[in-house]
Write a protein that binds this ligand. Sequence first.
Ligand code: BG6
Length: 515
Amino acid sequence: MLTAEIPDNPFRDELATRQTPEPCTLVIFGATGDLTHKLLIPALYNLALDGELPPTLKIVAFARRPKTSAEIRAEYAATNARQSRQGHNDEFWDGFRERIVYHRSEFGDPEGYASLGRLLDELDAARGGPGNRLFYLASAPDNFEEILAHLKQTGLNEGRGGGWARIIVEKPIGKDLASAQRLNNTVAAVFDERNTYRIDHYLGKETAQNIIVTRFANSIFEPLWNRNYIDHIQITCAENFGMTGGRGAYYDKAGALRDMVQNHLLQLLSLIAMEPPTDLSADSVRDEKVKALRALRKFNSVDEVAQNVVRGQYLAGSVDGQAAVGYRDEERVDPQSRTECYVAMRVYIDTWRWQGVPFYIRVGKQLPKKATEISVHFRRAPHVLFQTLPARGRSNVLVFRIQPDEGVSLRMLGKVPGLAMRMEPVKMDFRYATSFGKPSPFAYERLLLDAMAGDATLFARRDEVENAWSFIDPIERAWHESGQPPLMAEYPAGSWGPAEADELLERDGRSWRRI
Ligand code: BG6
């Protein structure tokens, strides 16, 4: 037999051998905010504890409030004790906190950036090696433009001594396509796309990454991954809380569609629906994701939106045995608000693979539990051999549990032991906790490290974000600008959402998976 020489795929081992983060200084704009306190510092602390951070990494906390480094370190220690996934070790913290330097400045003060530049030069000199700088826009989005302009003016958008400068941009990336394009243009005027890292923390979740592994590292799923075998797909992101911690002020302007669907859920959908990339380089993966997003069938009229999208608000009710107020009575929410805190929709992807396969998405606040999952519902067996099939569980369902209880399970029918031919649905279950015996890192841990290593695979590229907005915009327009907005459905807090969302599936002869 002739054996052809097949050249080695240079990306074959990329998943196993991730690139190493390079020594750098991380500058966080908006360092006194919630995101830095609750997510960024604990992520950095956990990475340090696991020995993953470059030992010389320094963190410059840039914010407006007058404060000393000692004060911000103490404040971070207090939140870290509550937020870190590995607890808070005082002795380790004492070493870790030395990495943090507070830099006070208004976001619009040129002198603040000039002195930041001097500080960064000093830190580079103390570390030795090239001046690598990683900037993190964690402030309110209103400040992004000003910060970027100043970084450019002071030349901080370039690395020093052969080093690099990169920017991480937090969500929201705009509130519609036009504003996202404006922000992307502003960023592009200061940083190249290859140095721009748009965070979507769902991509950093272990189980979201596992979608690619399950699909493309195993041979048994991909042949079935199409309209011939898949009946439909459901993506659910349920949360059992409302507007905690004054969140209403932001949320009431955003709503579930912008806050969760445009970014997190469409990212999950693109991972589930994408074609196999030719390799695992950042652009190959993102090229495929963006094709899936581009193929999302857009809604062309108010009627189409009304037929396919349900929006809702929660009324007073009870969640986990606790009384809960209705959305409009939440703190910092307009009592007349028309903002949705629940969305369910049916979408189609117009490709050969997915023609005619509905993707049902639902997301909401004040539902009975916090759980995110994707379920792939296969078509039923074509020929019924058995007379006694159970009413429930006749089709195979592959479930990706994104959180909690991370894992993947496959439902199938099995014979109940005994003399009669009875069947019950059973589950083959893979759980991260038991199979690998170690906890998953926080999404932000993975993403911060990737940005330090220059790996943008798990960050949203400009065209992904903009294509997602092109899909979302017509829905927002139908709701807010048509003059005849489709109904705002209602549901009691603690229930699984409005009846209209159930009807959306019932009309297709299907139902939402019980989580
Ligand atoms: C954020 C949204 O991006 O994601 C929040 O703004 C939401 O409204 C959160 O609660 C959910 O993230 P996670 O990781 O807790 O599922």
